[in-house]
Ligand binder design. Structure first.
Ligand code: C5P
Length: 309
C-alpha cells in the first residue's frame, strides 16, 4: 500500500518591536532580567515545511545570504527539539521566505522558530496546546514565545514569560532597515560595559505606556517608547542617531531602536502619515531600505492553502 504523504504546511509569523524594554541585572545564567512590552507587526516571514528524507533548510528573501542553513539556525533547532520531544525523526524540508530583517532587532529568527513549531504540529498532526508549545518555544530563545503569542504583550524573566496587554486600535510604524545587522549578545555586552563605566539613565516605569496602549492613543504613546538597549546600539553604531533624527524630521511621532537594533522603528499618527514618513526616509540616505507596517498582528499561524512559491 502506498503511504500518503501529507501536503506542505505554510505558517506566517510576525516581527516584533519592543515598545518598552527595561534591561535589569545580569543573572547567573548570563541573561538579563527584562521588563518589556512587545508588539507584533505586519512585517512577516513565511515558513513552509514538507516531508523529506532528512532535515534541510533553504532561505530566500530579505538578508537570505547571511542566514545559516544548519544547526545554527533556530528552525533547525526547533525541528530537532519537537522531533525529540515526540519521538520521531526530524525528516523535513524547511523553506524560509524572509520579510523580517536578519540580525535586525526584530526577532526574525525567533519568528521562524515559532512558525516551525506551529507548522510541524500541523504536518505531524500533534495535539500540543499553545501552552505546551510555549514551553518548547522558551527553550529555543527568549523571543520565541512572543512570536507564537503575537498581539501586544508584556514579557518578564528573560522576556519569555508573557502576559497579554490590552491595546486598542492599530498603530502605524515605519521601519528603517540598516545595511548590516547587529549581534544581540554584543549589544547586551555593550550595555554592561556602559553600565560598568558609569550609570547611564534607565527607562522608567512601564505603567504610563500601558495606559496609552489601553487608550489606543499614538500621540500619548510616542513619548513613552523607551529602550535600554538603544544607548548600547548607538554606541556600537553611531550612524543610527542620524536615522532616528531623520524619522522625526520626516514627521514621525517618535523613533526608537527596535530591540537590540539596528532597525529603527518610527511610530506615526496614522496610516497616511506612515506612508509619507516612509517615502521621505527612503530618500534621506540614512538607511538601506524602509518598510511600512502596522500592529498589533497575530502570532505564528497556518496560512490556509499555503502561499505561492
Ligand atoms: O534568548 P536568545 O537566544 O534570543 O538571546 C540571545 C542573546 O541575547 C543571549 O545569548 C544573551 O546574550 C542576550 N540576552 C540577554 N538577556 C535576555 C535576552 C537575551 O542577555 N533577557
Amino acid at each position: 500500500m502506498l503511504a500518503v504523504v501529507p501536503p506542505p504546511v505554510t505558517v506566517r509569523a510576525p516581527a516584533k518591536v519592543n515598545l518598552h524594554l527595561a534591561v535589569g541585572d545580569v543573572r547567573p545564567d548570563g541573561f538579563h532580567e527584562l521588563v518589556t512590552v512587545f508588539q507584533a507587526l505586519s512585517l512577516t516571514d513565511d515558513v513552509v515545511v514538507a516531508p523529506a528524507d532528512t532535515l534541510a533548510v533553504t532561505v530566500r528573501g530579505e538578508g537570505a545570504s547571511s542566514v545559516p542553513l544548519d544547526h545554527r539556525n533556530l528552525v533547525w533547532q526547533a525541528a530537532e527539539l519537537l522531533a525529540a520531544e515526540t519521538g520521531r525523526e526530524a525528516a523535513v524540508a524547511i523553506s524560509l521566505a524572509k520579510g523580517i530583517p536578519v540580525a535586525g532587532g526584530m526577532a526574525g529568527g525567533s519568528a521562524d522558530a515559532a512558525a516551525t513549531l506551529v507548522a510541524l504540529c500541523a504536518l505531524w498532526r500533534l495535539e500540543l496546546s499553545r501552552d505546551e508549545l510555549g514551553v518548547l518555544a522558551a527553550r529555543l530563545g527568549s523571543d520565541v514565545p512572543f512570536a507564537l503569542h503575537g498581539g501586544t504583550a508584556m514579557g518578564t524573566g528573560r522576556g519569555e514569560q508573557l502576559l497579554p496587554v490590552l491595546a486598542r486600535n492599530t498603530f502605524h510604524w515605519v521601519l528603517a532597515l540598516a545595511p548590516e545587522g547587529l549581534s544581540t549578545p554584543a549589544v547586551y555586552g555593550e550595555l554592561d560595559r556602559l553600565r560598568a563605566g558609569g550609570d547611564p539613565p534607565r527607562v522608567g516605569d512601564v505603567q504610563p505606556l500601558m495606559h496609552a496602549l489601553t487608550a489606543g492613543d499614538p500621540i500619548a504613546l510616542a513619548p513613552l517608547l523607551a529602550n535600554d538597549l538603544q544607548a548600547a546600539a548607538l554606541s556600537l553604531r553611531p550612524a543610527l542617531r542620524r536615522t532616528l533624527r531623520a524619522g522625526t524630521t520626516a514627521g514621525a511621532l517618535a523613533g526608537i531602536v527596535s530591540g537590540s537594533g539596528p532597525t529603527c522603528a518610527f511610530l506615526c499618527a496614522d496610516a497616511d502619515a506612515a506612508v509619507r514618513v516612509g517615502a521621505e526616509l527612503a530618500g534621506a540616505g540614512v538607511c538601506r531600505t524602509v518598510r511600512v507596517a502596522s500592529g498589533p498582528t497575530p502570532g505564528a499561524r497556518v496560512v490556509p492553502g499555503g502561499v505561492e512559491t
